[in-house]
Design a protein around this ligand. Structure first.
Ligand code: NAP
Length: 253
């Protein structure tokens, strides 16, 4: 079944921020498709939200993405909105040499390579849409690195930079490119991150989704909910100060 408003594909939509955005856009009348790698989590979300469509698809697997694009084209006629949301965060101390290189590369593959691959495979469908939109979910840490998660911060800064470039490439095609830069949000990613000494108040995923929706409707290029706005401003007017403030404990203990 398709919707008049359009079809949205959200990577990593079975949990946290992606799931809240999926539920909200479903309520607003979009046809929402979500992906993830964990079939059980996908099945549970489907049981609780029958109108969502679920697909097991790994954003780091090129064949998975290609086959997802083919299936979606056949079953839904294509997508109008792509939300590159899947992501992981690893906190570690590089000096200890205990964090495997494969895990650092995997973090890059999920957080940065995957949005590039998703856009590559779904661009033909987005070009056909009358209201094509890409939303890249980076992080407010794209503005200021959080040194306890060094690769994560690097990937998010990379997504931020790439987003600015492709926005201009896709303008002639009338595809809008937005970026969601959340602050710290209470999700499994945050809960499982081995961060030391966090004192920042967590945003609830439902509130994050509402803030996203406001920005999305206005085609806001950088959507910065909660304290993300402050990080954006401080990174410009007092970059050294805000870097120090954020990194009083430079490595996880
Ligand atoms: N929570 C925060 O504080 C925060 C702040 C700023 C930005 N963000 C960003 O927001 C996004 C969502 O994070 P979240 O906090 O909502 O985390 P989350 O609840 O842990 O959700 C992460 C999602 O990514 C999916 N995923 C992970 N690896 C995948 C892969 N290889 N292929 C497909 N899907 C994959 C997971 O599904 P499976 O487990 O089924 O694979 C899950 O649905 C991320 O990009 C994150 O960096 C989060």
């Amino acid at each position: 079944m398709t919707s008049k408003l359009g079809t949205v594909l959200i990577t990593g939509g079975n949990s946290g921020i992606g799931l809240e955005i999926a539920k909200l856009m479903d309520k607003k009348g979009y046809k929402v498709i979500i992906t993830g790698t964990n079939q059980e989590k996908l099945n549970k979300v489907k049981a609780e939200n029958p109108s969502l469509s679920i697909f097991k698809s790994d954003v780091t697997n090129n064949e998975d993405i290609q086959s997802l694009a083919n299936t979606i084209k056949k079953e839904f006629g294509g997508i109008d909105v792509l939300i590159n949301n899947a992501g992981i965060l690893e906190a570690f101390d590089l000096g200890k040499e205990s964090h495997p290189l494969e895990r650092q590369f995997k973090e890059i593959a999920i957080n940065f390579n995957a949005p590039i691959a998703m856009v590559h495979h779904f661009l033909p469908q987005l070009k056909k849409s009358e209201n094509g939109v890409i939303v890249n979910v980076s992080s407010s840490l794209a503005y200021v690195p959080f040194t306890q998660a060094p690769v994560y911060s690097g990937t998010k800064a990379a997504v931020h930079s790439w987003t600015k470039s492709i926005r201009l490439h896709l303008k002639p095609w009338n595809i809008k490119v937005l970026e969601l830069l959340p602050p710290l949000v209470a999700t499994p990613l945050e809960k499982n991150a081995k961060i030391t000494g966090n004192t920042v108040k967590l945003m609830q995923p439902e509130d994050l989704a509402k803030a996203f929706w406001k920005g999305f409707q206005k085609n806001q290029e950088e959507i910065t909910p909660g304290i993300a706005t402050m990080l954006r401003i401080m990174s410009r007017i007092a970059p050294k100060f805000i870097f120090k403030q954020l990194n009083k404990i430079p490595t996880p203990i």
